[in-house]
Design a protein around this ligand. Structure first.
Ligand SMILES: Nc1ncnc2c1ncn2[C@@H]1O[C@H](COP(=O)(O)OP(=O)(O)OP(=O)(O)O)[C@@H](O)[C@H]1O
Ligand SMILES: [Mg+2]
Length: 466
């Protein structure tokens, strides 16, 4: 087996960051901005949604890159949880969660987080690769249960995300009855002046800051491990960013600082550098989406009714496992859903006005095959992984603010079909000269042919799409 770790020695931190930034498809409109279709991209919601629909670890075959603060110290990685020499009760909790061995990012992050003397860490890897589980384990291992004061402090961007992390810690610490956890979230009222006995506090920046300063429930100087989870989501809100820095200022310089993020933007790294001095850095590049196993087509239509007819022809003539249809606006998505339903299709609609829970349940039903078609706008469906999709339809083509082809979004939408070597189809609806231009731009950008399809010619369609 080849060595799966790339170690970067020396050089400027910044050049390391820059290489990071250059290698990914930037995640557009991820800063909480408004997209053209009026759906607000809420990073925290997106992150929560991903967790609600995820059933297991996201596997990644890429190499882990490690930048060590002290390049002369040996690089440890573990292939088993036993090697970490955890307390037996904690190990039992880990296995009880169904974890057999450390994930890619955990192989390197765990030994670093548990090392003596303590080391600071900045870790970045895509959603679902085991970051939260990693530091939960580190916190549980770090605390001394005999000491009845707060030793580990963890902050996350929202109430819901803090609760999610807390659940992981509780589950993992199931067999460590002496380790207690408190939730520093709104609504959790505490008496002023008392000192918390819980060894671990997980909360949101505002409440945790109050608990440290105003209420003095926590003695910041006694905190020996500080964790910032979802840093990318955190800094999307200015208030959170400032509050995190204010909490950080209360801590001693010996406190171990750990920061986790799912993305690599410059803004995240600048924040990370501010709160994590002399860090080790671990990152795991995301697996790239590709168009190689996907056959791409376009259909020329007049207007939306025409597009609808083409879609029905397409659907009627193909044996399609599951399809995902993208519209530009909520209104269009609703119109299309109503019409498809009228035609007798079982259709799920994912729309911006739904709560995260509602969206999670729609996606769950679709994943389980209860509906074969999912109609959605771009904003709602970012980052959702539905493996069995064999057809993606761009009912409206992806365009940026200036009306040009949005290639990243195209790749993002289409890339979800044809996963794992399976074949997939992508069909683009063209309804104007402008949208034909966009198809040409996309063809040029990816250097892949998009073939014209006549949905009224059954025979041609069958031969092209077989
Ligand atoms: N070593 C492991 N073996 C098996 N499953 C794991 C392991 N580590 C984590 N998991 C599971 O994988 C899923 C993702 O883990 P986790 O939430 O820690 O990822 P994350 O990187 O924090 O994701 P996000 O960026 O979305 O917060 C969870 O369901 C978790 O229980
Ligand atoms: Mg996480």
């Amino acid at each position: 087996q080849s060595n799966s770790v790339v170690v970067v020695f020396g050089g400027l931190w910044w050049s390391f960051f820059s290489t990071c930034a250059g290698n990914i498809v930037p995640e557009k409109s991820e800063n909480g901005g408004w997209r053209k279709d009026g759906d607000k991209v809420d990073l925290a919601e997106q992150s929560l949604l991903n967790k609600l629909i995820r059933h297991s670890l996201v596997r990644n075959r890429n190499q882990v890159e490690v930048l060590q603060r002290d390049p002369t110290s040996p690089l440890y990685s573990v292939k088993t949880f036993e090697e970490l020499r955890l307390k037996p009760d904690l190990l039992k909790g880990v296995y009880n969660m169904g974890f057999n061995r450390p994930s890619r990012i955990q192989e390197n992050a765990l030994p670093m987080m548990l090392a003596q003397p303590p080391q600071n860490l900045i870790a970045q890897s895509q959603s679902g690769t085991g970051k939260t589980a990693a530091f939960s384990l580190a916190m549980l291992s770090h605390v001394n249960p005999a000491n009845k004061w707060t030793q580990c402090l963890c902050i996350a961007p929202t109430y819901e995300l803090a609760l999610q992390i807390g659940q992981v810690i509780e589950q993992m610490g199931k067999y460590c009855p002496d380790v207690k956890l408190a939730y520093g979230i709104r609504g959790n009222r505490m008496e002023r002046g008392i000192k918390l006995q819980e060894q671990i506090v997980i909360g949101t920046p505002g409440t945790v800051l109050d608990w440290c300063t105003k209420y003095r429930l926590i003695e910041p100087k006694k905190i020996t491990m500080f964790v910032l989870d979802e840093a990318d989501v955190m800094i999307a809100t200015q208030g959170h960013r400032d509050q995190s820095i204010r909490i950080h200022r209360q801590l001693t310089k010996d406190c171990q600082m750990l920061l986790f993020s799912a993305t690599f933007e410059d803004s995240v790294w600048r924040f990370a550098e501010q709160v994590v001095p002399d860090p080790n850095i671990i990152r795991l590049k995301r697996e790239e989406e590709t168009l190689d196993t996907i056959k791409q087509f376009y259909v020329v239509c007049k207007e939306k009714e025409d597009k609808f007819t083409a879609l029905c022809n397409l659907y009627g003539s193909l044996t399609i496992a599951q399809a995902m249809i993208f519209c530009h606006t909520r209104k269009m998505a609703a119109w299309l859903t109503a019409n498809l339903t009228k035609e007798g299709h079982q259709v799920a609609l994912l729309s911006g006005e739904m709560t995260v829970e509602q969206r999670a349940s729609v996606i769950e039903r679709y994943r389980n095959g209860k509906e074969k078609v999912l109609v959605t706008t771009n904003v709602c469906s970012r980052g959702i992984d539905v493996e069995q999709v064999s057809l993606v339809v761009n009912f409206d083509l992806p365009v940026d603010m200036d009306g040009n082809a949005d290639n990243e979004t195209y790749l993002h939408r289409i890339g979800r079909t044809g996963r794992f070597g399976r074949r997939g189809f992508a069909v683009n609806m063209v309804d104007s000269k402008h949208s034909m231009d966009i198809i040409n731009q996309i063809e040029m950008h990816f250097n892949r042919r998009i073939t014209k399809l006549d949905t009224s010619d059954l025979e041609e369609m069958e031969s092209l799409m077989s």
